[in-house]
Design a protein around this ligand. Sequence first.
Ligand SMILES: Nc1ncnc2c1ncn2[C@@H]1O[C@H](COP(=O)(O)OP(=O)(O)OP(=O)(O)O)[C@@H](O)[C@H]1O
Ligand SMILES: [Mg+2]
Length: 365
Amino acid sequence: MDKEQFKNMLSCRRNLPVWQYMKDILNTVGSSQVTIISGETGCGKSTQVPQYLLDDWIIKYEAGSKHHINIICTQPRRISAISVAERVAQERLEKVGNTVGYQIRLESKMSESTRLSFCTTGILLRRLESDPTMNGVTHIVVDEVHERSEESDFLLMILRNILPLRPDLKVILMSATLKAELFSTYFNDIPIIEVPGRTFPVQQYFLEDIFENCEYVLEEGSEYTRRISKDPDYLESQLECGEVILMSEKPRTALKDESLNFRQICTRYEEYSRRTCKNLFLMDPDKINNELIEHLLDFILWEEHDHPNTGTILVFLPVGGRRRYCCYLFILPYLVKIRQQFSKNIKQVFEKLYFQQILQRLQSP
Ligand SMILES: Nc1ncnc2c1ncn2[C@@H]1O[C@H](COP(=O)(O)OP(=O)(O)OP(=O)(O)O)[C@@H](O)[C@H]1O
Ligand SMILES: [Mg+2]
């Protein structure tokens, strides 16, 4: 095992907010048959909690304990079962399929040495059909329990029934901060461990903030302009009336931007520039505006601002026409790195990269 690599991984793990709660988690799991762990996104629930159980067992096993361990951790989606398993294995400098494995429909990476396995809720339910008391399983971790589904609710119901039959079985429910109380009540007031804080501060910007900051101008004849009226003069007359006095009351929040006229938009976004209001009024809400994405990337990379401009930019995009549920990750670490290393005049070179073309290629079916 590469000691240096392991030390780096361990230091990453130690920096996660959940690390401070390791003892608390182990003690509570030790004394209560069911435990809830709630914490904000990224605090380390999925990747760390199962490892705390595993590491605790390893320490005891090496000290002579004869107990065995078999942790099953459910994930709501196949992709998260695989990615969490891969990440956990990576943190332990192992390959998936050894101590850490996963099982999803039609795919399994497990072996005799697997002690911690990630699977989908569906897989666990199927296993319960053939093995109703989950013999040999010591811990069941139900992750993302707040993302309620028929399957996960059904699983909780079954688990509640198994508890008296398997007093040695430990159940750990992991949830986002909201709704933890609800599950605690369902299991007769079981303890909740709340992990405060998050690893990375997240600041939200909405479309209007982006328009405002990166000075994007949506041209009236652009392909991203919505078709508002059959009357060609309508748009012009609407835009002109933006110069007139704002309305006395803001439009009701239930009304979507696209059903407002320009005057209403200006009233709703009173504190924003007229350019931003015009963009909001003109933009076709059903089209992905690649031009805007490119403009925003340009802004982040090249313009003067107080936002971080090192690291990686991820762009989540629906891929290919109607398959809108599909997301694509577009990673640009090298561009940012180059931005750090060279002066701003290299901009011209990178302008030739044509983000738009890349985006379009990603989106073509
Ligand atoms: N595949 C990965 N590659 C690199 N770092 C990762 C990866 N997966 C997780 N991490 C790191 O581990 C941290 C904890 O992730 P984890 O998934 O355990 O958090 P979580 O509390 O389960 O969050 P969520 O509520 O979103 O499920 C993340 O903040 C990130 O720093
Ligand atoms: Mg998680």
